[in-house]
Design a protein around this ligand. Sequence first.
Ligand SMILES: *Cc1c(COP(=O)(O)O)cnc(C)c1O
Length: 380
Amino acid sequence: MKFATKAIHAGVHPDPSTGAVMTPIYQTSTYAQRAPGDHDGYQYGRGDNPTRNVLQENLAALENGTHAIVYSSGIAALDAVLRLLEPGDHVIAQSDLYGGSYRLMVTQYERYGISFDFVNLKEARDLSTLVKAETKLVWLETPTNPMLTLIDIKAACEAVKGRALVAVDNTFASPYLQNPLDLGADIVHHSATKYLGGHSDVLQGAIIVKDDALAQHFKRVQNHVGAIPGPQDCFLVLRGIKTLHLRVQRASENALQIAKFLHAHPKVNHIYYPGLKDHAQHELATRQMRMYGAMLSFDLHTDTLEHASKLLSSTSLFTLAESLGGVESLIGHPATMTHASIPREQRLSVGLTDSLIRLSIGVEDVDDLIGDLEGALGGL
Ligand SMILES: *Cc1c(COP(=O)(O)O)cnc(C)c1O
């Protein structure tokens, strides 16, 4: 099956008990047994739920894996990955990670004797010298937030050469734009809260693998640790996925047009979007991604918090809010919102200026979105 067909059909079958075409929400914590141990594989809701299982089968197909395992948030899914580690193990992670991922690693896992190196992996081949005997995991994210930097996943996996597990946080691209398992990665991670759910109404995380032993670890963590999503949340993500390809395609088309508009605007200084020819990694983006995605950032010639703040509060269609990947467009200010905990000098050194603005482009009419930005920029 091709992607669009998988999004709608993979793992989904009419419900055996009623023939219901759409997967029912099995809102139950437990299952009747005919005699002790005599059951149909379902014993207790933490271990298994039919709605969750359908979603997992669907997700495995979307990322060309054999198993998917879902958790109650993207961060809980990362936590399940970090539970592969033992005291003394070493992790290499990219320097400009999603803030919450960095925070989980440093505040929760360093104290168990696991060490982390956060490095700029723009040159993926550098990994070949960075991997040590104790290195068990390499954690990548591409494109990154909010600078839209890319990592060459294939080159990174080749540089690691199986000496450590390579995991890719594929949240920003979504499975429609890139599939890290096909490029050599061992583990794919998603915050399903974003594009997979797609409607800003659910939090969830997912792991996809194609190795049985890894799959068993992640399944055990679901049951032993318990950070599982409820059946209603699984239904919402499954429903969201049915239009994933349509949403990401339209949002990416909108984003390219908006990027071109901003690029030509006299008040805009720098624009970060991999789909523009002058993005430093445009060639890699063209090779690695099916489209260029729907996230972009830009800053202003007048680089002040006041100007940024005025712009942020004068859009009417773009809502000022954290998160991304929904049908509605969002606008955000990394310096005071998502990246406020990073010291200013450090922020500036990676281009995260006071006026940097991040957009998550939705699927509204692109003329209306451009009109909204035009009005807000005109008022500065
Ligand atoms: C949102 C996000 C996460 C965390 O996911 P939650 O569902 O919010 O727990 C991790 N990585 C990236 C890239 C994200 O955007």
